[in-house]
Design a protein around this ligand. Structure first.
Ligand code: ZN
Length: 94
């Protein structure tokens, strides 16, 4: 199981929804106050939070890659088996 990948995907989907919602509410704000559209979107809290969450998702759930001792392919650190050659991998504690 790859939990980190799932968390990252969920976080990114949520962030994109926030960005879309922020853009929409920013558009409404801008129309209502007859402001600049870009200013309306950029000052929308949903849009800002969405952007921050999207960027943060890459750092929060970033996978670390290591080398398989057997075939030298890059695999995720912590994986029980190499996904290329099937070799069992032991990871030393960091
Ligand atoms: Zn391997």
């Amino acid at each position: 199981m790859n939990n980190k990948g799932q968390i990252r995907t969920i976080l990114q989907v949520a962030a994109l929804l926030l960005i879309l919602f922020g853009a929409y509410s920013g558009y409404q704000q801008a129309t209502y106050w007859q402001q600049n559209l870009a200013a309306g979107i950029l000052t929308s809290p949903y849009f800002v939070v969405g952007i921050v969450a999207f960027v943060a998702s890459f750092f929060i759930a970033a996978e670390k890659y290591g080398e398989c001792p057997s075939c030298k392919e890059k695999i995720i650190v912590g994986a029980e088996k190499c996904r290329f050659c099937g070799q069992k991998v032991k990871w030393s504690k960091e």
